[in-house]
Ligand binder design. Structure first.
Ligand code: COA
Length: 265
């Protein structure tokens, strides 16, 4: 697809952290899109990367007209295979060709033989139509499954001790102590996962600084002090209109590598 020019819109390419005002503008169009579309257009990782100066592999495309930021796309050139990206156009600026222009610019930023992969949250008709127009087929789908917990036991009854294998103990994550073992476990458990398996210490630190982070919700299963598995929960607080939702954020497990045999001294 050839990048097209729009007379009243400029697309700027930025590497590294965006200026604070631009971060606010991008968050604002993402929030407006979430309200109109009923689903957030950008996932957590791209949002955390808006002002992350440490990740040189991230490219931001900012579309502006005379009124300000009207579209945004982010490209992750650090992905091992397909180059992953996310894209949003402000609801007030749609159907002017901005999505097409951003998508074309994304495509032009990817060197063959790598492919461009664009996440589309919520499977919306506009995203389907834009993708069809650009000959982008659906190659991977991510499902979210929900369970209504109304009427289920809460409190102590819900926390009844689960049966654990002999010698396994469960405890909460301790910040500034458990990061490296958790990152090693995560890398092992998600070795074949294009996004989750690449989580770095900086990514983990950024999440620990988010308002939702609660170490009591990140549980570690250990035997003899060695980490075997972890479950990380995230609570999306009620905003008045929507009920609070608890998310099973990351669940990973797998045996640690065998301890090295020691030879005689
Ligand atoms: C998808 C999205 C980026 C499109 O942005 P946009 O600037 O409105 O797109 P364009 O103006 O370039 O539209 C290009 C074509 O896509 C199709 N299209 C766009 N919106 C559509 C809609 N709501 N319904 C049906 N077709 C639509 C049309 O064929 C359109 O061409 P036309 O206007 O000449 O008929 C925008 O709706 C958006 O931000 N959605 C939420 C985030 C998202 O889904 N991102 C994933 C993108 S793959």
């Amino acid at each position: 697809m050839t990048p097209m020019a729009l007379p009243d819109v400029r697309i700027e390419t930025v590497r590294g952290a965006l200026a604070p005002g631009t971060v606010a503008d991008v968050r604002s169009i993402a929030a407006a899109a979430a309200t109109v579309d009923g689903v957030a257009p950008l996932s957590e990782q791209p949002l955390l990367r808006l002002d992350d100066a440490t990740d040189a592999e991230v490219v931001h495309l900012i579309a502006r007209d005379d009124d300000g930021v009207v579209g945004y796309a982010q490209l992750d050139l650090g992905a091992p295979d397909d180059v992953s990206s996310e894209l949003v156009v402000a609801p007030s600026a749609r159907r002017r060709g901005i999505g097409t222009a951003l998508l074309a610019r994304l495509g032009a930023s990817v060197e063959p033989p790598r492919h461009l992969a664009v996440w589309a949250h919520g499977d919306l008709p506009a995203a389907r139509a834009l993708a069809a127009q650009a000959d982008l087929p659906v190659v991977r789908e991510l499902w979210q499954m929900r369970l209504d917990l109304t009427g289920r036991p809460t409190g102590e009854a819900a926390r009844a001790a689960p049966a654990l294998p002999a010698g396994v103990q469960v405890r909460a994550f301790v910040p500034a102590r458990d990061e490296e073992p958790w990152l090693r476990l995560n890398a092992r458990a998600f070795a074949h996962h294009p996004e989750q398996g690449r989580m770095t210490r900086a990514d983990l630190d950024a999440r620990e600084h988010e308002s939702w982070f609660d170490p009591a919700g990140l549980l570690l299963a250990e035997r003899d002090g060695r980490l075997l598995a972890a479950v990380w929960t995230k609570v999306h607080a009620s905003d008045g209109a929507k009920q609070a939702v608890g998310e099973l954020y990351v669940v990973g497990g797998g045996p640690p590598p065998p301890a090295r045999a020691r030879g005689p001294p």
